[in-house]
Design a protein around this ligand. Structure first.
Ligand SMILES: [Cu+2]
Length: 163
């Protein structure tokens, strides 16, 4: 047994030995567990533009910071007080025309900030219950594949007033 252990120790390229390598792996695992203690996803700066009475729809933009070590996805959203129906949308160019399209999910890459912004991906509010008024705050609930739900306060800003 002792000879075997010694033999292995001699063969490891960095000269750490088996125990050294095991210790390193355990340290890395502990570090990952400690780092993953915070919320896996954080939403920042959520906003929507005020709408005119004639507008049926609105959009929510925000940043989502992932603290995860693997991919997650935004699957759906609700906005109980603001809109009857909420969809996830992406913008697509077809020829010279930019149009938006419903998507099943939005990717949230590990360790990255995903930005939903005008002209890009957004949370679409369909059939607004009332016009969105500047200064108003409403809640949107985002459902993710791996991190549960995020309840996000959304501030209504003047049209075009990107933070
Ligand atoms: Cu849209």
């Amino acid at each position: 047994m002792l000879t075997n252990a010694k033999g292995l120790r001699m063969k490891t390229p960095v000269g750490l030995g088996v125990i050294g390598i095991v210790t390193l792996i355990l340290t890395a695992l502990v570090a990952m567990i400690v780092l993953s203690k915070g919320p896996p996803l954080e939403a920042h700066d959520a906003y929507a533009f005020a709408t005119a009475p004639s507008q049926k729809n609105g959009a929510v933009f925000l940043q989502i910071q992932s603290h995860r070590f693997n991919h997650d996805r935004l699957l759906s959203a609700t906005a109980g007080n603001a809109a009857d129906r909420v969809e996830l949308h992406a913008h697509v160019m077809s020829g010279n025309t930019m149009s938006m399209r419903k998507v099943d999910a939005l990717d949230l890459p590990p360790g990255a900030v995903t930005t939903l912004s005008p002209g890009g991906d957004h949370v679409m509010l369909m059939d607004l219950k009332a016009p969105l008024q500047e200064g108003q705050v409403f809640k949107v609930i985002l459902r993710t594949e791996r991190s549960g739900v995020l309840t996000v306060p959304v501030l209504v800003r003047a049209p075009g007033d990107v933070p």
